[in-house]
Design a protein. Structure first.
Length: 300
């Protein structure tokens, strides 16, 4: 049986990461010629080109794109195996790449990380805050927090809690446009829509009746925070999670509408790459987040 050329796969992954043969060679401490030969060797074995090469740019071929994900997983698995062997006898140390939604990350995750880092002085965290759905494997994240109804995925996901969302409006908007009594009434209102929550707005009454409403209105944004100024200005009705809208509900600057038709809660998930092998530092962070991110979601 012919063994896989793991060195070539690892070098291919480095070239993909750096988008350059020269930069990959500098990072891994090999000559550019060695890097180029390793990729060529892999292409010859696979019988297909992995890169489009020009004097100005380097881009993956259609065949190379899915193989790049496999290469990243191979490298991640090897690193995890080595680190697991080392970590077994030592305190958790090293760098963790963590992705989280922007508003939730600032409000709920960042304060917890201060506690975690105080407990683990040998660990460093690279926190990436974005409401975009990151590719955990391709972008090299160890852990990601995601607020969503998750599709089927090869990633490992653990549901931490449910986050309530609220249908809200400023009193001035309701005074001018009236208060909807049924989700179907929203078709006659101006809706402020958070685009990362795909699809229509869904509602479920206590008796199990479901209603879906298409979101149309003057503002769509990929950040829930970006909707708040227009909401407070009385320009429409919004669907927002408690960690964003909670303070405004408490102050009375916005009020809940359609209280009898609450939108279904959204799950907060902790996601990791497919491998079961994880360094001790990553396991420590996963355990910490699983224990501490339950209460912040309660009642919101």
């Amino acid at each position: 049986m012919r063994l896989p050329d793991l060195e070539a796969w690892a070098i291919f992954a480095a070239v993909v990461e750096h988008r350059s043969f020269s930069a990959a060679a500098d990072d891994i401490g090999l000559s550019k010629a060695t890097v180029s030969k390793a990729v060529s060797r892999l292409e010859e074995h696979l019988g297909q080109s992995l890169f489009h090469r020009t004097s100005r740019r380097l881009a993956l071929t259609e065949a190379g794109k899915p193989l790049a994900d496999h290469a990243a997983r191979i490298v991640a698995e090897a690193r995890a195996a080595e680190e697991a062997a080392t970590d077994a006898a030592t305190a958790p140390v090293g760098r963790i790449r963590l992705a989280a939604p922007m508003s939730f990350g600032i409000a709920s995750v960042a304060p917890l990380l201060a506690r975690f880092l105080g407990q683990h002085p040998g660990i460093e965290i690279d926190l990436n805050l974005s409401d975009a759905q990151v590719d955990i494997v391709a972008e090299g994240f160890d852990v990601a927090l995601r607020i969503a109804d998750l599709p089927d995925s090869s990633l490992r996901a653990r549901r931490l809690c449910s986050i309530a969302t609220h249908i809200v409006a400023a009193p001035a908007y309701l005074a001018q446009h009236g208060t909807p009594k049924h989700p179907g009434d929203l078709s006659h209102h101006r809706l402020l829509h958070y685009s990362n929550l795909n699809g229509p707005w869904r509602f479920r009454r206590a008796d199990g009746t479901d209603v879906a409403v298409r979101a149309d209105g003057p503002l769509t944004a990929n950040s829930g925070e970006a909707l708040v100024p227009s909401l407070l200005a009385g320009l429409g009705i919004a669907r927002l999670p408690g960690f964003i809208i909670g303070p405004h509900l408490e102050s009375g600057s916005v009020v809940t509408v359609l209280a009898d038709w609450p939108p279904p809660p959204i799950g907060l998930h902790l996601m990791t790459p497919p491998s079961r092998l994880r360094p001790a530092r990553v396991e420590a962070l996963i355990t910490f987040l699983a224990e501490t991110l339950v209460d912040p979601c309660a009642g919101r």
